[in-house]
Design a protein around this ligand. Sequence first.
Ligand SMILES: *[C@@H]1O[C@H](CO)[C@@H](O)[C@H](O)[C@H]1NC(C)=O
Ligand SMILES: *[C@@H]1O[C@H](CO)[C@@H](O)[C@H](O)[C@H]1NC(C)=O
Length: 153
Amino acid sequence: MKKLHLLFLCIAIALAGAVPGLSFELSDISVEGVVYCRCNFTGYAAQVDASPLSGIVASLKCDGGNYHTLVNATTDYSGYFQVSAKVIKKYVGRYCSVYVLSSPLSQCIVPSQLTFAGKGSKLIYEREVPGVGSQYSAGLMLIGPSSSASCHV
Ligand SMILES: *[C@@H]1O[C@H](CO)[C@@H](O)[C@H](O)[C@H]1NC(C)=O
Ligand SMILES: *[C@@H]1O[C@H](CO)[C@@H](O)[C@H](O)[C@H]1NC(C)=O
């Protein structure tokens, strides 16, 4: 009977190490991305039929078991945003995504797949940056109508 208890104790300890939230090694990461709206504004890029827009709210959200992080950022005039966070690095690929929460123009509709209800944009590892940590990219996210021809400002 004693032996059996010891065995269960060992299994419990082994499991504890594998449960998200019980290992607290946090690393600094930086996430960048670009959001363009499918409208013809200043800086229009024909390749993507869209323009950069400032004031779009993007959000880095990591969600896995006991592990939660949420940091908002706002795009600048070039559609670029950057957020910094402390995260459990091995969970970034699986549990972290960038979502688009709102845009300042009603024409620049946020598609449902980019909201919290959707999948958002997964993060791609880019490089280590001294003093910053691991740099990830959420890529280019497009919002607005299906083409700039149907964007009436
Ligand atoms: C974008 O707008 C500019 C200025 O109004 C216009 O000259 C240009 O033809 C437009 N481009 C497209 C692709 O609609
Ligand atoms: C992020 O932005 C959303 C929408 O503007 C807001 O509801 C939420 O409270 C913000 N969260 C944080 C952590 O700033």
